[in-house]
Write a protein that binds this ligand. Structure first.
Ligand code: GDP
Ligand code: MG
Length: 444
């Protein structure tokens, strides 16, 4: 997620954190870098300007100059302002309406409306205990109606049939009527998208909005769209009283700018983030966490929550100790692989790790990775205890022996060692601020 932006920010953060004294000149320097990073990440220019000015104002104030570690204080400001730009608190779906509460999905074709409709249905059923009906007004593509039917089933919600020869308004009226008669709490209305904004599309969705009087009108937008996301958001904002944004494909290799711009430009809260193609790949959008991710610190809080809720607090404590001492060897790597296996798989954990690492992994990689955990364990088991503690000893001959022992190719041993080094590098990074938080949470 947000790979490019995160990489840049983590470099900037490193520079900033090391500054013993903050002067007007180095604040200017750093802000120039922050500005460049944001622009390169496709954040809209007015948003960048506003952001940089806010940070500068605060940085030049006492908040930084008076603090013991001005560099870190500056990082703190950047972090807080990033979060503030993306919204505050965590917003859920508003259902305060005479049932059925209608939720209208808007956005371009391919944004993820249909997928998100089903994800939301599942969320509302499981987390809010609601009776949910879905309906598709996408009469232009017969496959789109079928798609909604399929994913609605997966979500465990009910699907209201529609056909391509109907008018979207008639479909909506019939679904609403059915939802009332059968006492549904929520009606989710999926709509047609276009490849670009056009008047027909806008008029159609405006008509649906007027007829349905939805309690939520959600604008679904692909986070990978960069600047285009901003233009689309503007157009939809002008046409419809949006109540929330869903940023989809946050798991992809997005440049991370969309979240910053879209919220600022529309003034509408980002309520959810789509994080995988799967039906459960929807998270409440948490601006603070997202800011942390952009800064490359990784979502340590979420990671720790998962660790402590999950399995082996002792093992995690030990790991935290190792991280602190700067020593992380293949034994620890193995222990971590095993823990991840117990904690709902690699993909959900990877999601929360710093983007330098997690951002490199695609969905397909992760499925493969999950299957490969066993092979990796096999490889590490084929090493001697000395090799595990001192991986730098593992040169060509040892690699051959280990590969033979585990029944794999030497390349696979190399791959594992590379991965280990990456993880080790990340652990070193975590020695700083994130670690204290992690230790505190674990200790408490
Ligand atoms: P619609 O045209 O707006 O209804 O878009 P769809 O719901 O059909 O989604 C378009 C494509 O994006 C599909 O292949 C989805 O599986 C995929 N997709 C939607 N949301 C996400 C997401 O959060 N992450 C990923 N990786 N893919 C997504
Ligand atoms: Mg669709």
């Amino acid at each position: 997620m947000a790979t490019a932006l995160t990489d840049k920010f983590s470099r900037i953060v490193k520079t900033m954190s090391g500054q013993a004294r903050i002067t007007d000149a180095n604040v200017q320097d750093m802000m120039r870098e922050v500005r460049m990073a944001l622009l390169e990440a496709d954040v809209a220019l007015p948003v960048v300007r506003d952001f940089v000015n806010r940070v500068k104002d605060k940085a030049m104030g006492e908040e930084v100059l008076g603090s013991l570690k001005p560099g870190q204080a500056l990082v703190g400001i950047v972090n807080r302002e990033l979060a503030a730009t993306m919204g505050e608190g965590v917003a859920d779906i508003n259902l305060a309406a005479q049932p059925p509460a209608v939720i209208l999905m808007a956005g371009l074709q391919g944004a993820g409306k249909t997928t998100t409709t089903a994800k939301l249905a599942k969320h509302l059923i499981e987390k809010r205990k609601k009776k949910v009906l879905t309906v598709s007004g996408d009469v232009y593509r017969p496959a789109a109606i079928e798609q909604l039917k399929t994913v609605t089933k997966q979500a465990g919600a009910e699907w209201f049939p529609s056909t391509p020869d109907q008018k979207p308004l008639d479909i909506a009226a019939a679904a609403l009527d059915y939802a009332k008669k059968h006492h549904f709490d929520v009606l989710l209305v999926d709509t047609a998208g276009r490849l670009a904004i056009d008047e027909l599309l806008m008029n159609e969705i405006k008509g649906l909005h007027a007829a349905l009087k939805p309690v939520e009108t959600l604008f679904v937008v692909d986070a990978m769209q960069g600047q285009d996301a901003v233009n689309t958001a503007k157009a939809f904002r002008e046409a419809l009283p949006l109540t929330g944004i869903v940023l989809t494909k946050m798991d992809g290799d997005s440049r991370g700018g969309a979240a910053l711009s879209v919220r600022q430009i529309t003034g509408v809260p980002i309520k959810f983030a789509g994080v995988s193609e799967k039906i459960d790949g929807l998270e409440r959008f948490d601006a603070e966490r997202h800011a942390g991710r952009i800064l490359g610190m990784g979502d340590i809080v979420a990671l720790v929550e998962q660790v402590s809720a999950g399995v082996d607090v002792e093992a995690a404590k030990k790991l935290a100790g190792k991280v602190k001492s700067g020593h992380f060897d293949l034994e620890d790597f193995l222990a971590q692989l095993q823990q991840m296996k117990q904690m709902g798989g690699l993909s959900s954990l990877m999601d929360k790790l710093p983007a330098q690492l997690a951002g490199k992994a695609t969905d397909a990689d992760l499925t493969r990775a999950e299957r490969d955990v066993r092979r990796k364990e096999g490889i590490i088991h084929s090493m001697t205890p000395l090799e595990r503690r001192k991986p730098e000893l593992i040169k060509a001959n040892r690699k051959k022996r280990i590969a033979a022992g585990a029944g794999v190719q030497v390349q696979e041993v190399n791959r594992l060692l590379n991965e280990f080094e990456q993880m080790q590098g990340m652990m070193k990074k975590m020695k700083g601020g994130g670690l204290m938080k992690m230790m505190k949470r674990l200790g408490g």
